[in-house]
Design a protein around this ligand. Structure first.
Ligand code: UDP
Length: 351
C-alpha cells in the first residue's frame, strides 16, 4: 500500500490518480490546509469506477507533525512506500513567513521520516524543486548543478534533501528525490486540477483573465529571447507518472535524485500566445515590473529521468492548456459550491 501525503493538493492528487490507474492501493494523509475535501471525494468516485475498480483509497485528515496519527496509520496499514508532497510551496510567502515554511516543510517532514523509521517503512519519494538550484549557473540544469537556493522555500526543500540522505545512510531508507520544474495542466478526465485559494501561477492566471481581471505579465526586460522569463513547463500527469515509476524502481534498486522537466524552455509570452491560440480568443494583458526572485531562465536536463526510471514527458503543451482550461470550468462550479457552504455556515453561526 502507498501513502501519499498532501494528496488533496494539486500534484499529490494527480499522483493518486496515477497510482490508482496502475492498480495500487492508496491512502492519503492531508491536513486540508491548502488541499480540498472535494478533491478527495472526486478521487474516491474515480477509484470506484468500473475501469479502475478494486483499488482501495482512504483518507486521513491529519497533519504530518501529528506523531500519534502517523503511528496509528502505520500500525493500521502496511505501507510499502511514502510519496511525500505535503508542504507549502509559494516562494513569496516563504520570504514573508519563513516560520510557516520551516514548521511545515522541515519539522513536518522530519516528523514523517521519524515515524517511518519507527514503523520500519523503508521507501520514500520526495518532491523537491528546481528552486534548490537557485540562480542557474548554466542551462539546461542537470542534477550536478550546484544547489544554492535564494529563498526560504528552496532552503527548506534542500534541508530535507540532506535529512533524507542522512536518514537513508543511517536507517536503511531508500529514496527517490524529484526536483520539479514548472508543473501545468490537469487530469484529462477532470478529476483534479490546480486549485489554490490565491493563484500565483502562470497558466491558471492566464486562463482566469478577462476584461475585469487583466493578466499581469511580470517583467519583459530579461536577458532572454523575447525579454520574458523562460521556464520548463511539464504536464502534471506526466510528472505524476514519474512517481509510480520511481516506486517500481525503488523495489529493485538503490536511491536516486532526478530532475523532472521536459528539457524545453518556453517564455511567458510564448505560453501566453499558446493559450490564446488554443482557446481561440484574445486575452487582455498588462505589462508589470519584474516579480522579485524570478530567475531569467530555468530549463531541466531530463536525461537521468529517462535513463534511470525510463520516464519521458509526453503531453504536448497544447493538451496541457486544453485540460487546464476544462478544469477551470469545473473549478468555478466547485468554488461556488464551497462558497455557498461557507455562507450557510457563517449564517448559522450568527443566528
Ligand atoms: N508570471 C506572470 N504572471 C503571473 C504569474 C506568473 O508573468 O500572473 C510569470 C512569472 O513571473 C514567471 C513565470 O510566469 O516568470 C512562471 O511563474 P510561475 O509562478 O507559474 O512559476 P515559478 O517559475 O515562479 O515557479
Amino acid at each position: 500500500m502507498i501513502l501519499i501525503t498532501g494528496g488533496a493538493g494539486y500534484i499529490g492528487s494527480h499522483c493518486a490518480i496515477d497510482f490508482i490507474k496502475q492498480g495500487y492501493d492508496v491512502i492519503i494523509l492531508d491536513n486540508l490546509s491548502t488541499g480540498h475535501m472535494e478533491i478527495i471525494e472526486r478521487l474516491k468516485e474515480f477509484s470506484s469506477k468500473e475501469e479502475v475498480n478494486g483499488n482501495f483509497i482512504d483518507f486521513i485528515n491529519a497533519d504530518i507533525r501529528d506523531t500519534y496519527a502517523l503511528n496509528v496509520l502505520f500500525n493500521t496499514y502496511k505501507i510499502d512506500c511514502v510519496i511525500h508532497f505535503a508542504a507549502n510551496s509559494l516562494v513569496n510567502e516563504s520570504v514573508i513567513d519563513p516560520k510557516k515554511y520551516y514548521n511545515n516543510n522541515v519539522t513536518g517532514s522530519i516528523s514523517l521520516l521519524n515515524a517511518m523509521v519507527e514503523n520500519n517503512v523503508k521507501k520514500i519519494v520526495f518532491s523537491s524543486t528546481c528552486a534548490t538550484y537557485g540562480e542557474p549557473e548554466y542551462v539546461p540544469i542537470d542534477e550536478k548543478h550546484p544547489q544554492k537556493p535564494v529563498n526560504p522555500y528552496g532552503n527548506t526543500k534542500l534541508a530535507m534533501e540532506f535529512a533524507i540522505k542522512d536518514y537513508a545512510k543511517a536507517y536503511g531508507l531508500k529514496y527517490a528525490i524529484f526536483r520539479y520544474f514548472n508543473v501545468i495542466g490537469a487530469d484529462k478526465d477532470g478529476v483534479s486540477g490546480e486549485w489554490h485559494d490565491i493563484e500565483t501561477h502562470l497558466v491558471p492566471n492566464i486562463l482566469k483573465a478577462d476584461e475585469s481581471k487583466v493578466f499581469k505579465l511580470f517583467g519583459d526586460d530579461y536577458d532572454t529571447k523575447d525579454g520574458t522569463c523562460v521556464r520548463d513547463y511539464i504536464d502534471v500527469c506526466d510528472l505524476a507518472h514519474a512517481h509510480t515509476l520511481a516506486y517500481e524502481y525503488l523495489k529493485e534498486n538503490t536511491s536516486t535524485i532526478i530532475n523532472l522537466g521536459t528539457g524545453d524552455g518556453q517564455s511567458v509570452k510564448e505560453i501566453f500566445s499558446a493559450v490564446e491560440k488554443t482557446l481561440e480568443k484574445e486575452i487582455p494583458l498588462e505589462n508589470h515590473p519584474r516579480r522579485e526572485g524570478d530567475p531569467a531562465k530555468l530549463i531541466a536536463n531530463p536525461e537521468l529521468a529517462n535513463t534511470v526510471i525510463g520516464w519521458k514527458s509526453q503531453t504536448p503543451l497544447e493538451n496541457s492548456i486544453k485540460n487546464a482550461n476544462e478544469w477551470e470550468k469545473i473549478l468555478k462550479i466547485l468554488q461556488n459550491k464551497e462558497n455557498k457552504v461557507q455562507e450557510n455556515f457563517s449564517r448559522k453561526a450568527i443566528l
